[in-house]
Design a protein around this ligand. Structure first.
Ligand code: FAD
Length: 477
């Protein structure tokens, strides 16, 4: 069995044990812990590296899919089984007129515990990501003991460790259940606009301070930028959305009266198409590069625009304004096989980094397949969060794989690594669930609580039951 990008073999099918209940899980762990074996927990395999992989065919892979669904709803606290898929979390909450108290990322295919393990995040300065809205977690340790750690009861062995568990790397125990902080379901208005690199560099932080969520895509070949901003919709817009059967409502159907309250960048119209903006050339250039690098025929000519990687880029071809709930607006990911790298820079250093990146890009004759993606994260108490006690901006970039062979063009891979080095040299942190080169990062000096996390892992899992190669490399075990 492989991860989703087929970059890592997770285990053989005969290593998988589907766990029925907590008692069986305890028996398995006691056996594994006392026999020197190792165990991993299966998520949906959306992480790129080996974080979820077993090291040897004698290791056990537990399938926790029976630990799924809503367990309890108590006011704004919703308790779910640890392996609940995020789509189920979203749908369940919407049914109860609620949403998670963090902006979601682009996918909802992941499991809750898997998404927490790697620090999955969306955009906005309100918090670090999904992991910051964890109110409590039921975790079974390697010795088979079950512990509930929460904001109100954060202690283990007399030490306040709750914030270590929120972003847990899958190496502290088996997450059996998670209670999330929720808030009333909001309806948002999304405005898309186009601007240029200089405006992005100067104003991206301001847009994030002024809007609830803001995401930007910088097309480095042409220096066009597409910007998406969301804010709570007006009463009229909410009504239009409701009359549309609670489906996403496209405001392009009618002009926005007197300009939008949420003015678009450079006073360009927030509603309209891309004609005349020159932006179409950015899209065309990307599509041609992708067709050459990831083509399914040996001559590099096949360009089936229905393949997922082309569809991801074509999404930028319309500028519109929309009304929808937070999932309808932000979870629009088209999972196209890719090597995706995402690094976090302290927010106040973003303009400097963007300029460095642009200078680097202009000094090469290479092109990337997809624009650079910019998303912010707010200060987090979570020990391993890239936004621990600070605001950051994540910069994402990627190379698409050929969808039939799942291989990447070697020039493209080399280019991804060169870009990673430029950003990493700036003192940035990688996303644990995406591609990164371990040797570029000195986590101990970057993350104040990294050493403490490694010590805690040693205390709760002294026999290294959950430590695979990825964890040993990361934590220098
Ligand atoms: C197309 C695509 C889009 C993405 N978009 C975003 C995005 O917008 N934002 C973002 O931040 N990230 C994003 N990611 C990354 C993704 O969110 C992470 O890789 C996430 O960890 C995947 O969750 P999973 O369920 O697949 O976990 P896996 O990758 O399967 O596992 C991750 C870790 O969690 C552990 N684990 C799983 N279940 C448990 C459990 N019950 N108890 C303890 N440990 C457990 C596993 O053993 C493993 O160590 C994206 C990835 C892809 C491929």
């Amino acid at each position: 069995m492989f991860n989703w990008a087929k970059s890592v073999q997770l285990c053989q099918t005969n290593q998988v044990v589907k766990v029925r209940n907590v008692e069986q899980l305890r028996d398995i762990l006691i056996h594994v812990n006392s026999t020197g074996k190792h165990l991993k927990i299966m998520g949906t395999g959306m992480s790129f590296g080996g974080i979820g992989a077993t090291d040897s065919s004698s290791d056990i892979m537990v399938d926790m899919s029976n630990f799924s669904g809503l367990i309890k709803l108590d006011g704004n606290l919703a308790k779910f089984g640890g392996s609940t898929v995020l789509q189920v979390v979203a749908d369940t909450l919407v049914e109860h007129n609620l949403q998670i108290a963090a902006c979601p990322g682009v996918l909802v295919a992941q499991t809750l515990a898997g998404a927490l393990a790697t620090g999955t995040h969306g955009q906005g300065l309100k918090n670090g990501g999904l992991y910051d809205i964890v109110y409590s977690m039921d975790v079974m340790f390697a010795d088979g003991t079950l512990h509930t750690l929460s904001r109100d009861s954060p202690y283990y062995n007399g030490k306040d460790v709750f914030h270590a568990f929120q972003l847990h790397l899958g190496c502290l125990g088996v997450v059996v259940a998670v209670t999330l902080e929720c808030e009333p379901l909001q309806i948002y208005r999304l405005d898309k606009s186009v601007t240029d690199f200089e405006d992005l560099k100067e104003n991206y932080i301001k847009w994030n301070n002024e809007n609830e969520h803001c995401k930007a895509w910088w097309f480095p070949n042409t220096n066009h930028v597409q910007v998406w901003k969301t804010n709570v919709a007006s009463a009229k817009e909410v009504l239009q959305y409701k009359e549309n059967g609670n489906k996403i409502y496209d405001l392009k159907k009618e002009p926005v009266a007197g300009g939008s309250t949420y003015g678009s960048v450079n006073d360009k119209p927030s509603v309209g198409d891309l004609k005349g903006s020159g932006f179409s050339s950015s899209l065309q250039e990307l599509l041609s590069n992708m067709a050459l690098d990831t083509s399914t025929d040996s001559k590099g000519k096949t360009k089936d625009l229905n393949e997922a990687r082309f569809r991801t880029v074509q999404r930028f071809s319309k500028l519109d304004a929309r009304v929808g709930n937070i999932y309808q607006i932000w979870c629009k990911g088209i999972p196209a096989p890719q090597i995706n790298c995402e690094l976090a820079v302290p927010l106040d250093r973003l303009p400097e980094l963007l300029q460095t990146l642009r200078d680097f890009y202009e000094s090469t004759d290479k092109s990337i397949h997809y624009p650079f993606i910019l998303r912010t994260g707010g200060p987090s108490p979570s020990w391993l969060s890239p936004s621990y006690n600070q605001k950051v901006c994540y910069i994402g970039f990627l190379a698409y794989l050929n969808e039939k062979t799942f291989t990447v063009h070697e020039d493209q891979m080399e280019f991804v690594c060169r870009i990673e080095k430029v950003i990493a040299d700036f003192g940035c942190w990688p996303h644990y669930g995406k591609f990164f080169t371990r040797s570029l990062y000195n986590f101990e000096s970057m993350l104040p609580r990294f050493k403490e996390f490694a010590q805690l892992r040693q205390t709760v899992d002294p026999n290294n039951v959950f430590a695979n190669q990825f964890i040993r490399d990361l934590l220098s075990i």
